[in-house]
Design a protein around this ligand. Structure first.
Ligand SMILES: Cc1cc2nc3c(=O)[nH]c(=O)nc-3n(C[C@H](O)[C@H](O)[C@H](O)COP(=O)(O)OP(=O)(O)OC[C@H]3O[C@@H](n4cnc5c(N)ncnc54)[C@H](O)[C@@H]3O)c2cc1C
Length: 461
């Protein structure tokens, strides 16, 4: 990597429309901070792109000066690849336009949009695409890794609703990829992460959703965990696609609908969302209340976009985070026992184990239809280590690693690439499973020098 001279930076600034920041500039430190506070890297230059032309200029500049490039969408990725040390960070957060065509139920979304930006624009027309469950997450990174959330059982992974992308490739060309243009590239970006270029526009299929949905939380004491989890496992196997139920076990935050003596104690939470007639949803979720003695619940009809923000207060930027994740096709009794064992020794009040339920439409797509191939994953478990002080790093990370190892025998194949940490480079091939070889060939065609390598990297082969 070459060292950047001031004259080079000045020349770049003169031609780049967005803001640029170098160490020492006001705003530089804020711009390099991402969701996970464990990532502390210092790019030589941060270029805040405002247009596809800016992205092309940044790519060409990095090539000319042999700079490592990192790409930031919403800055939420746990591995922290949005920020590099010493190179060029291309920050797409100023590119926030969403254009909705309500008649055709289509949306064009720029890569700096958060889920909240996309949901707000689509819900103005009673429409939505399946996205994740924390509204400050970036649409870009979430989509490129697969994407799943409350609507996925009904409408599939986020990528199952992606119709086309505009993408700047490693040679600085902007190309379009879709089912009938650069089909191999389109196959690869649907799960292949940031390996193939910088997406400057995503085109999505939308669906009628809400705008009011039945959704909320039902909370059980930890001593009924076995009963709740066993029945959750059975219930989620046969529930209709419109219904989604996720499980979280953690120490109770001070939620107003829980009695203060529950705050800080281990609990099991079922989070529900019904993407259909709320009255029908009420009937369907009624059995959940019989899974154990309910400590409290907060379920009702609310705007879908409000439910999409319900977890934001627990998932704010700036904490230290360490994740470990497995896919499961079934939740066996042994898997449940292991979850309960480790949920019983949470190392900090913010640590949690969650099981995101998918299946339904996500499982009806052929595993080789696109780069994301984990179509047998009906549950994605995330061991979410989260704490505030560096002094707690070792203890919290050790807990997550140990639980990950103990629950591995019950996991199915593959892993969700968007949940891998920076130390899991040796899991990437496993995560992609049968898709990896084809991805490596497409990488060689579009990025033979591995110019885009600050990502869950697929080596050109
Ligand atoms: C609190 C929280 C909740 C989450 N919940 C969910 C969930 O419910 N469902 C789910 O599926 N995932 C979820 N995730 C995971 C999320 O999908 C990933 O963290 C995702 O990578 C975030 O995207 P981003 O744009 O915010 O991240 P960034 O860190 O900005 O980007 C991640 C990577 O994507 C690539 N990238 C970003 N933008 C582009 C682009 N325009 N072109 C090419 N490459 C690009 C880069 O390699 C970058 O390093 C969650 C994450 C967090 C932190």
């Amino acid at each position: 990597m070459t060292k950047l001279q001031k004259a080079d930076i000045d020349d770049f600034k003169a031609h780049f429309r967005g803001d640029t920041l170098v160490p020492g500039d006001a705003g530089y430190d804020e711009a390099r901070q991402i969701w996970n506070a464990m990532i502390d890297r210092r790019p030589a230059l941060i270029a805040r792109a405002e247009s596809p032309e800016d992205v092309i200029k940044a790519v060409k500049f990095a090539r000319k000066h042999e700079l490592i490039v990192s790409v930031r969408g919403g800055g939420h990725n746990i591995a922290g690849n949005a920020v590099c040390d010493g190179g060029l960070m291309i920050d797409l957060s100023p590119m926030k336009r969403v254009k909705v065509d309500p008649g055709a139920r289509l949306a064009e979304v720029e890569p700096g949009c958060t889920l909240a930006d996309f949901d707000a624009a689509a819900q103005a027309h009673g429409l939505a695409a399946p996205l994740g469950i924390n509204s400050t997450t970036g649409v870009a990174g979430l989509t490129l890794g697969g994407g799943f959330g409350w609507l996925s059982r009904k409408y599939g992974m986020t990528i199952d609703n992606l119709l086309a992308v505009e993408i700047v490739t490693a040679d600085g060309r902007q190309v379009r990829a879709s089912a009938n243009e650069n089909e191999d590239l389109f196959w690869a970006v649907r799960g292949g992460g940031g390996n193939f270029g910088i997406v400057t526009s995503f085109e999505f299929q939308l669906h009628p959703v809400g705008p009011q949905v039945l959704s909320g939380l039902i909370v059980f004491p930890f001593d009924s965990a076995k009963s709740v989890l066993s029945q959750f496992a059975r219930f989620t196997e046969t529930m209709p696609d419109e219904l989604n139920v996720w499980m979280v076990t953690r120490k109770a935050p001070p939620l107003p609908f829980l009695s203060p003596d529950v705050h800080g104690k281990e609990i099991v939470v079922l989070a529900v969302c019904y993407a259909g007639d709320p009255a029908e949803g009420e009937k369907l979720i009624a059995p959940l209340r019989g899974f154990g003695k309910v400590l409290g619940e907060h379920v009702g009809v609310q705007p879908y976009s409000a439910w999409q923000q319900a977890f934001d207060p627990l998932l704010t930027k700036g904490a230290r985070n360490y994740w470990k994740s497995h896919n499961f096709s079934k939740l066996s009794a042994e898997a449940i026992d292991t979850i309960i064992q480790y949920a019983g020794k949470l190392p900090s009040p913010q640590c949690e184990i969650f099981i995101g339920t998918i299946g339904g439409q996500t499982a009806r797509v052929a595993p080789d239809a696109m780069a994301y191939s984990c179509r047998d994953a009906n549950y994605v478990m995330n061991v979410h280590g989260r704490w505030d002080s560096a002094a707690e790093d070792e203890r919290c990370i050790a807990w997550a690693r140990e639980f990950f190892a103990k629950s591995k025998p019950f996991a199915s194949g593959g892993a969700y690439i968007n949940f891998l940490t920076q130390e899991e480079a040796d899991r990437i091939e496993f995560a992609y499973g049968p898709a990896y070889k084809k991805l490596a060939g497409i990488k060689k065609k579009y990025d033979p020098t591995n110019f885009f390598r600050m990502n869950q990297n697929i080596k050109p082969q």
